[in-house]
Design a protein around this ligand. Structure first.
Ligand code: DQA
Length: 140
């Protein structure tokens, strides 16, 4: 099973960015833990701060991978292009957020990803990613 985690803008700063909201663990450390724990999965990771690069990656993996765990970060709330890419591809996408976007500012309540995702997981810290991985493993 091939699963990719795709992270959007500013998530490269995890561990040192607004730690009260996003925690103090770096994504690299978390990703190594996930690879160790889910050895049966071919788990890869991509991060970009650039909208078009995220769209390129979705198109690249979207016909061959079994699952995409997507945290488009701020682009979640603004990007028709990423929403269209998620709609276009065949690989199922689970939208994730570290924070509970619905308990935050109104502009974070909008998602251009969610209508085309198979589900949304928000508010469980980095565990949101693991719950998304588990949903693919369990065949949801
Ligand atoms: C985020 C929530 C977004 O609103 C924000 O812009 C982010 C991170 C999250 O994981 O909680 O950068 O996607």
């Amino acid at each position: 099973m091939k699963i990719i985690i795709i992270n959007g803008p500013n998530l490269n700063l995890l561990g040192k960015r607004e730690t009260a909201i996003y925690g103090s663990k770096s994504f690299d450390d978390f990703f190594v833990e996930m690879q160790f724990k889910y050895k049966e999965i071919e788990l890869t990771f991509f991060q970009s701060n650039i909208e078009g690069e995220l769209i390129d990656k979705l198109q690249e993996v979207g016909y061959s991978f079994d699952g995409i765990v997507l945290n488009a970060a701020a682009y979640t709330h603004t990007s028709v292009g990423i929403g269209d890419a998620v709609k276009a591809i065949e690989t199922p996408v689970v939208e994730v957020h570290i924070s509970n976007t619905f308990s935050r500012e109104d502009y974070r309540h909008i998602s251009y990803i969610a209508p085309n995702a198979i589900g949304v997981i928000a508010g469980f810290g980095l565990q949101s990613y693991e719950l998304a991985i588990q949903s693919f493993v369990s065949g949801k």
